[in-house]
Design a protein around this ligand. Structure first.
Ligand SMILES: [Zn+2]
Length: 220
């Protein structure tokens, strides 16, 4: 009676290892494709952002900025590696935040430097691009720099999370997402994975401001 059972286990073991071997290469490749890295701005990146997202007068020096590569899932569940520039002092935690969003499969449509849209926030928002660093005045104000100018603000999925002040909605197509109780893919709501990833690290959410709502915006 013992022998047949032993043979059975032996066979099961072979089947198990064969299955594990068949699965391993794919899993290993997927892990290799994930990138969460930071580096100083390369000459090529500096050339790209100078007189675009970085311009004089700037409240920050180029050497205080970090260039990040970040893997994220899009709305179809496909992974991509995007790029983002933030203040070097928050680079590590921003990578941690996006690792949390990646693990939770929080969908992000695009993650390109705003320079790909001529450093024009309206164009970047209209393309539903998620981005961070850009020297610009406070939205709707004549004085003072926005936290984006320091690389200390990040906008996520502007279409699903528009900026709302009075009758102004940016991007304009974000009007479809003004009802914040109707939760849809890519929207940020209080207590969700995106909100928690930022707020637990001391970032403020524009969706909780009183005078206006900036649902796409987190700042430190
Ligand atoms: Zn913003």
């Amino acid at each position: 009676m013992h022998k047949p059972i032993a043979v059975k286990y032996w066979l099961l073991e072979i089947i198990f290892y064969a299955a594990a071997l068949a699965l391993l290469p794919e899993g290993a490749a997927a892990a290799q494709n994930e990138t969460f890295s930071q580096q100083a701005l390369s000459p090529k990146i500096i050339q790209k952002i100078e007189n675009n997202s970085w311009k004089v007068p700037s409240p920050i020096k180029l050497k205080d900025l970090a260039y990040l590569k970040i893997t994220y899932f899009d709305f179809d569940g496909k992974s991509h590696t995007g790029e983002m520039i933030v203040h070097q002092k928050v680079a590590k935690e921003v990578l941690e935040i996006f690792q949390e969003l990646y693990r939770a499969k929080f969908p992000i449509e695009k993650m390109k430097l705003i320079d790909d849209y001529g450093a024009d926030d309206d164009r970047s928002m209209a393309a539903n691009n998620s981005s961070a660093f850009c020297v610009r005045p406070l939205t709707g104000e004549k004085h003072g720099f926005s936290r984006h100018s320091y690389g200390l603000a990040i906008d996520i999925n502007p279409l699903q999370n528009p900026y709302v002040k009075g009758k102004t909605v940016s991007p304009p197509a974000g009007k479809d997402y003004l009802d914040r109780t109707k939760s849809r893919q890519g929207m940020i709501v209080k207590g969700d994975v995106c909100y928690n990833a930022f707020v637990s690290r001391g970032w403020q959410w524009g969706g909780e401001w009183e005078s206006l709502k900036d649902y796409q915006h987190f700042e430190k």
